[in-house]
Ligand binder design. Structure first.
Ligand SMILES: *Cc1c(COP(=O)(O)O)cnc(C)c1O
Length: 219
């Protein structure tokens, strides 16, 4: 079923939207099945699980870390991680830059913005994001490349609310783009949309959807 699910979603999303296949909690054999069907971009939300799977699987997989990351764990993924989606502090970004430098790499990052109404969701407020980009420490970083903003909508059946949260993020993305990344072509992604809301997310500007259960089944 994985191949069928994957192809169905790929047929639905525009060509310029990146599909991150979220394989968290699923065995490496499920990833191999998606890989055989042509998928190369996979998302995990836990450092240890991603490290274990990376060791078992083909080296041309692009690993996206999509969950909250503790600063002291960055070193484990720094040798291979492709994109870190959920950067939620300057402190974490400083550590990613440091570990990327040690590995002689540039790691792509997205700042996570808090867009949901729930308290529990991670992420920064707009002002905090602006503070990061205004800081001298950020300007000096040479081993991270900021490719955009990430967000998670409120878990609700209220489609209008979800749409508005995604739409607000797109507005904030445009402000950040024009102030800090106008001439930087790398800053171009909005990472929003999961199995339940990716269609709305794409309508509201998402360029990167993170889809798990609709590909690999429930967890
Ligand atoms: C689990 C997870 C997803 C995928 O969720 P599904 O509902 O299974 O598509 C997307 N983003 C993050 C940050 C996740 O933790």
């Amino acid at each position: 079923m994985i191949k069928e699910n994957l192809n169905k979603i790929l047929a639905e999303i525009p060509k310029d939207v990146t599909l991150v296949a979220v394989s968290k909690t699923k065995p490496a054999s499920d990833i191999e099945e998606a890989y055989a069907a042509g998928q190369r971009v996979f998302g995990e939300n836990k450092v240890q699980e991603m490290v274990e799977k990376e060791a078992l699987l083909p080296k041309d997989i692009q690993w996206h870390l999509i969950g909250h990351v503790q600063t002291n764990k960055v070193k484990y993924v720094a040798p291979f991680v492709s994109v870190i989606h959920a950067v939620d502090s300057l402190k974490l970004l400083i550590e990613i830059n440091k570990q990327a430098k040690k590995n002689d790499r540039i790691i792509e990052c997205m700042l996570q913005m808090h867009i949901a109404e729930e308290q529990s969701k991670f992420g920064m407020k707009f002002d905090e994001i602006i503070e990061v980009f205004n800081s001298n420490k950020f300007v000096e970083m040479q081993n991270v490349s900021i490719i955009g903003l990430m967000g998670m909508a409120t878990f609700t059946d209220n489609e209008e609310q979800v749409r508005e949260e995604f739409s607000n993020l797109e507005g904030d993305f445009n402000v950040v783009k024009s102030h800090f990344f106008k001439f930087n072509e790398n800053f171009k992604h909005i990472s929003t949309g999961m199995s339940g809301d990716y269609k709305i997310a794409i309508e509201e500007g998402s360029t990167m959807v993170r889809i798990g259960s609709s590909i690999f089944g429930g967890r």
